[in-house]
Design a protein around this ligand. Structure first.
Ligand SMILES: NC(=O)c1ccc[n+]([C@@H]2O[C@H](COP(=O)([O-])OP(=O)(O)OC[C@H]3O[C@@H](n4cnc5c(N)ncnc54)[C@H](OP(=O)(O)O)[C@@H]3O)[C@@H](O)[C@H]2O)c1
Length: 377
């Protein structure tokens, strides 16, 4: 498998990385990790050429780091670049940072981390931890040898991404990117900016958490089927990413051995710059076709809130649109039934006069309710 270099470091990593947020779990209360399976899978990925392993303090209720630590025994630690993350939401004072890092090193049973990331950076959260001394903490931990390189993982918009990039000499930025997110969150333009600044980009949610491979809508399957080269939806989604040389590693949260085997095969010949114009056109059409499935088009601005009947309109509409996009209304209605909005709506219309998208909110509440009742028949 191809190795790609993190600029400004002595680290090269496999283009497919092992994300340890979706390890296999047991069918028991609180769904503990199936340790035996998970350890086998992590080692199989490494034996197959994966050299990058990503975990975090909070994954699997704190147990991901423990299991990763076990998997990396017997010589596996030396074969990989190991990344974990500082849970920013648990940091109240400067001392919390080193205490959490020490706890993580203990859980993982390692002396140091190759990359340590500020986890899930967003604008407010970032300002708070910078104020508390995040940068000084990272410099100090590098000097002490507890971490090798600093980075951050990110879930906000492009403007915030650029502000964070420009604030510190990061070596790694982890962002959500996939066929559908070219213009969302950090955006592809943001990724290009990171590369210009000499920062290695790691991708998370390359399959949108699996949604791009589960119950793929018929019109999208048709687009894939009609293309001259046949590839699975997972392969297309990965190809869209490994084609970009701004990207160092693509994390996949593989939860079965079959997925590990499948992805190792897909990444066997992964190279940047291989996509032809026709392929780019196909994936653009796939994105547009997914987007056309959005029915309401709520942007989640919340101008309609508060509703006098306390109906959480943006949350309901956003979930409905996502479910429509991914052909997953069954799941949506399973949860909707707990609190049907139509039973509470008194049709006062205050939401509609505030909605900048001119959405016919009352009609949509009735439509969703009718569709919900149809599912009960
Ligand atoms: N820092 C952060 O804020 C943050 C946030 C999210 C993720 N991450 C990291 O990034 C990693 C990757 O993100 P992700 O787990 O969301 O990745 P993802 O690849 O978008 O989603 C993983 C899911 O995709 C499906 N999948 C994987 N390979 C497949 C294949 N060959 N064919 C069909 N389906 C396949 C599986 O779903 P099913 O098992 O359901 O079929 C799997 O659970 C995480 O594991 C975590 O390490 C970090």
């Amino acid at each position: 498998m191809e190795l790609r270099k993190f600029p400004g470091t002595d680290i090269s990593a496999s283009v497919l990385g092992m994300g340890c947020m979706r390890l296999p779990v047991l069918d028991e209360e609180n769904h503990p990790i199936d340790e035996e399976k998970a350890i086998k899978m992590i080692r199989a990925a490494i034996d197959g050429g994966v050299t990058y392993v990503d975990t975090a303090y909070g994954y699997h209720n704190g147990k991901s780091e423990v299991v990763v630590g076990k998997a990396l025994k017997d010589g596996y630690r030396e074969k990989v670049t190991l990344t974990s993350k500082l849970p920013l939401w648990l940091v109240e004072k400067r001392e919390d940072m080193e205490r959490l890092l020490d706890e993580q090193l203990k859980r993982l049973e390692v002396e140091y981390l190759d990359f340590y990331l500020a986890h899930a950076v967003s604008s407010d959260r970032f300002d708070k931890v910078v104020e508390l001394g995040l940068f000084e903490f990272l410099d100090e931990m590098i000097a002490k040898g507890k971490i090798r390189y600093p980075g951050f993982s990110f879930h906000d918009n492009k403007e915030v991404f650029i502000r964070v990039i420009d604030s510190y000499p990061w070596k790694l930025a982890q962002v959500q990117m996939n066929i559908l997110d070219e213009f969302n969150q950090a955006t592809m333009e943001g990724i290009e900016y990171a590369k210009k600044k000499g920062i290695g980009v790691v991708i998370m949610e390359p399959l949108r958490g699996g949604a791009l491979t589960q119950s793929v809508p018929a019109e999208i399957l048709k687009l894939y089927d009609e293309f001259k080269v046949k590839r699975s939806p997972a392969e297309w989604a990965f190809r869209y990413l490994y084609d970009r040389d701004e990207i160092v590693t693509i994390l996949s949260g593989m939860s079965t051995m079959e997925q590990i085997e499948d992805n190792l095969k897909i990444f066997e010949s992964a190279k940047a710059g291989v996509m032809e114009d026709q392929e780019k056109e196909l994936l653009k059409n796939v994105r547009l076709t997914y987007e056309a499935r959005v029915r309401i088009g709520c942007t989640g601005c919340s101008y309609c809130q508060p509703c006098p009947q306390e109906i959480k309109i943006p949350q309901i509409f956003k979930r409905y649109d996502t479910a429509s996009m991914f052909n997953d209304l069954k799941q949506f209605y399973a949860r909707y039934g707990e609190k049907p909005a139509a039973e509470r709506c008194v049709e006062c219309g205050s939401c509609e006069s505030a909605c900048p998208q001119n959405i016919k909110i009352r009609d949509w509440i009735k439509t969703i309710d009718r569709e919900y009742r149809d599912t009960l028949k």
